[in-house]
Design a protein around this ligand. Structure first.
Ligand code: C2E
Ligand code: MG
Ligand code: MG
Ligand code: MG
Length: 288
């Protein structure tokens, strides 16, 4: 009897698993449709230079306008992609879209840079830099110096030699490189030592409590000191208050990004934000 029940259970589990597999497949199909249609969008979050108060550039953040479920953020769909090759196609789409936007800004006479988040599996493709070179060649008006690749520290960046090689190749093209979410990985200092990086982005987890938690403040202060000593630019992400911006300026942090400045927004809203910021930059050395 017990055997029978066990068998039934197995059967049930099997059915559940089938349902899960078909569920996953249909979800992949939806994302595929999103990619082929016009449901994917880049939002832009500005980044400001604290000394001058000038807008240094923006970060491109992926959004999915789902036909029935509304606006989705990367956390809702990127982790589930795992190593599906849709991840690569998405990455390619984001880079293409970002270059179009850079070209647009260039035509408007805006000297903004644009940071793009690159997944580990995308960066580790043998021909990553070649593909980037091909894309850049399609946008000859865009200065490669205006494109920044943000690499997230993750355990997935296992083949560090390959990552370093590809990034070095990208830097030869004139593109800049940033280590995102610095301090959250398993091997932050190893990445810093081995990868050709122009910039460190301090993870928002350290920034959010830096005024309340002396340990976090100490970490932020020393990451800034270290970045400067190593001749790397340093950006703080997740800056929500003027007090945080003030403290970061005093600690020698050159650039900040966060809800306190602006939330990520569609390109159509950015023009207005930029105009109002230029009229009255809220955060800069003189007024902070
Ligand atoms: P990230 O690159 O570290 O981006 C910062 C995330 O924090 C963004 O979330 C942003 O909306 C949010 N954020 C910015 N300022 C603040 C703040 O002041 N407070 C708080 N609480 N949050 C803030 P988002 O857009 O949901 O993106 C999450 C992550 O998804 C990104 O983290 C990045 O790792 C990844 N991602 C986003 N777009 C892409 C993409 O096009 N490709 C890849 N591979 N990954 C992406
Ligand atoms: Mg990022
Ligand atoms: Mg980040
Ligand atoms: Mg982050």
């Amino acid at each position: 009897k017990a055997k029978q029940a066990g068998k039934n259970r197995y059967h049930l589990f099997d059915l559940e698993r089938d349902k899960e597999v078909t569920g996953y497949q249909s979800w992949l199909n939806q994302l595929q449709d999103a990619l082929n249609g016009d449901q994917l969008q880049l939002y832009y979050q500005p980044k400001v230079d604290l000394a001058s108060g000038e807008v240094a550039g923006c970060e491109a953040l992926l959004r999915w306008q789902h036909p029935t479920e509304g606006l989705k953020v990367p956390g809702d769909f990127l982790p589930q992609l795992l190593s599906n090759d849709l991840d690569l196609r998405l990455g390619q789409w984001v880079l293409e879209k970002a270059l179009c936007q850079l070209e647009h800004w260039q035509q408007q006479g805006l000297a903004l840079s644009l940071s793009v988040n690159i997944s580990a599996s995308h960066l580790l493709q043998q021909d990553f830099a070649e593909q980037l070179a091909t894309l850049l060649a399609k946008h000859p008006n865009v200065s490669p110096r205006h494109l920044e690749l943000e690499i997230v520290e993750t355990s997935a960046l296992t083949e560090l030699d390959q990552a370093a090689l590809n990034l070095a190749h990208c830097k030869k093209l004139g593109v800049r490189t940033t280590l995102d979410d610095f301090g959250t990985g398993y091997a932050s200092l190893t990445y810093l030592r081995r990868l050709p990086l122009d910039c460190l982005k301090i993870d928002q987890g350290f920034v959010s409590q830096m005024l309340d938690d002396p340990n976090d403040l100490c970490i932020v202060e020393n990451v800034i000191t270290m970045a400067r000593a190593l001749n790397r630019n340093v950006v703080a992400e997740g800056v929500e208050s003027q007090q945080q911006a003030q403290a970061l300026l005093q600690l020698g942090c050159s650039q900040v990004q966060g809800y306190g400045l602006a939330r990520p927004m569609p390109a159509s809203s950015l023009d207005l934000w930029l105009a109002s910021w230029q009229r009255k930059p809220r955060w800069r050395a003189q007024t902070l």
